[in-house]
Write a protein that binds this ligand. Structure first.
Ligand code: HAM
Length: 446
């Protein structure tokens, strides 16, 4: 093909790198995870919040921190038609805190407990478990400081992972990165330690040395990890209050039966944390595959223009959770399985089927009908592909005689029943097979 032809050929349309469609089979996982999160959060008194997909860039820049990888390299930032800088949200906490301030939630009984389940966007290097659009669920407790709340956030996370059948895969890593005061002293010592060792540091860490020295500690490069092992330990610089706070946090974790690993190199990739930080690491794959992380962020509300207000929270990556559920072959309860296929032939039969299909659906029977012009043979083939337990067949003869045929697809047997009894008969048969009916109340009020 000549170059000219190549240029004129329409480009194949596909998703950009790092983003993906969520196809019906995967929707089952997303729906199940959302239900589990919603149930556990509601049970603990959290209420749902949805913040916009994009915010003024300042919301993220100020909170996540200018020196972080997210702000430096990963934000989707653009100017709108009025030349205002906007950014697709790379994480959830900043928007929630902005909403807390904007809507005067300080006046509500404190602490305010909020959860979210939403897509986020980071210009990350796409690879397994790392995408440019990904879903997170997270929850935040804003307005109170107590190590028991930090432990409660971790405990709630474990309950959710438990419900999803994957707790055993993860090890809880915990650390304290202190408050502003003790951390400042530590950072001076840390920078002093690295001065003179620049030749052994990766280019990222050289940059971090001045912009964000704490992040050097969790660099994944081998040489940097060796240096980090011998670097000053933050623990030695914690003030009495931070030490006591951390000790209490660990006691509360033990009290509720949670195992943890103290990890002095755990620092998190966002600047807003104070005191408690934690992550859930994959046993087999290390930090690279942390499925969730969070911590306390007592300075953030003030940084964003509010009164000093303590807070703590966590977020999990839904795609990483799904990856693990698939690896563990966790079965998802599905309500997508169909019960009945309705096949019809002739105009009179089609008219009767239009009502029959909806009456079945209203009674909770998941029903599909072939309302096109396909032959009976083609319709029955389709019923097979839908994998339904029963097919109803209405032809010209059945319409004339006031009957309908019901076919047991697995046994290949069929019988004729009076048309007016068919709905009760279908419901009886579904009950016999222990299949759940889909109750309309369940959809509206669950
Ligand atoms: P984070 O550690 O940046 O924390 O993200 C939380 C989780 O989101 C990660 O553990 C990971 O599972 C998932 N995640 C992050 N980036 C990607 C990506 N590119 N592709 C797929 N999954 C990803 C936060 O976002 C904080 N806002 C958590 C928090 C809430 N702290 C306090 N409250």
């Amino acid at each position: 093909m000549s170059d000219k032809e190549e240029v004129n050929k329409p480009r194949k349309l596909q998703t950009p790198l790092g983003v993906f469609d969520i196809l019906p089979d995967d929707q089952l996982y997303y729906t199940h995870i959302k239900k589990v999160v919603r149930h556990r959060c509601r049970q603990s008194g959290f209420r749902r919040i949805t913040t916009p997909i994009f915010e003024f860039t300042d919301v993220f820049q100020r909170s996540i921190g200018d020196g972080t990888d997210i702000v430096q390299k990963e934000m989707y930032t653009f100017l709108d038609r009025n030349e205002r800088s906007l950014t697709l949200k790379p994480e959830g906490t900043a928007g929630v805190v902005r909403a807390y301030l904007e809507h005067g939630m300080k006046e509500l009984p404190q602490p305010v407990e909020l959860y979210y389940i939403e897509p986020h966007f980071r210009y990350d290097r796409p690879q397994k478990g790392r995408y440019r659009q990904f879903w997170q669920f997270g929850y935040e407790i804003i307005g109170e400081s107590d190590p028991a709340l930090d432990a409660q956030i971790v405990h709630l996370s474990c309950k959710i992972l438990d419900d999803l059948g994957i707790t055993a895969l993860f090890k809880l890593q915990v650390n304290s990165i202190g408050c502003q005061i003790c951390r400042e002293k530590f950072l001076v010592e840390l920078q002093n330690y690295y001065i003179g060792k620049e030749r052994s540091m990766c280019s990222n860490c050289l940059e971090r040395l001045h912009k964000n020295p704490l992040r050097i500690l969790d660099c994944k490069e081998e040489d940097c990890q060796i240096l980090a092992k011998f670097a000053p330990k933050l623990k030695m610089y914690l003030c009495e209050e931070c030490k006591e706070y951390h000790q209490k946090f660990l006691e509360y974790l033990t009290e509720v039966g949670l195992k943890y690993t103290e990890n002095e190199q755990l620092v998190r990739g966002l600047d807003y944390y104070t005191k408690t930080v934690f992550e859930f690491w994959d046993h087999q794959q290390g930090a690279q595959n942390s499925i969730g992380g969070g911590g306390r962020y007592d300075g953030l509300v003030e940084l964003m223009g509010g009164q000093p207000t303590p807070a703590v929270g966590v977020a999990f990556g839904i795609e990483r959770i799904i990856q693990n559920m698939k690896r563990e072959k966790i079965k998802i309860p599905s309500k997508d399985n169909l019960h009945i296929f309705v096949a019809q032939l002739g105009d009179e039969a089609k008219k009767k089927c239009l009502n029959l299909i909806w009456e079945l659906r209203e009674r909770g029977v998941r029903t599909v009908g072939a309302l096109g012009k396909a032959s009976m043979k083609a319709q029955l083939k389709l019923a097979d592909r839908f994998n339904v337990p029963y097919t109803l067949i209405l032809g010209i003869t059945e319409v004339r005689e006031g009957t309908i045929i019901i076919r047991d697809m697995a046994r290949g047997q069929q019988r004729i029943v009076p048309f007016e009894t068919i709905i009760d008969e279908v419901i009886r048969l579904i009950g016999e097979k222990n299949l759940d009916l889909y109750s309309p109340a369940e959809i509206l009020y669950e």
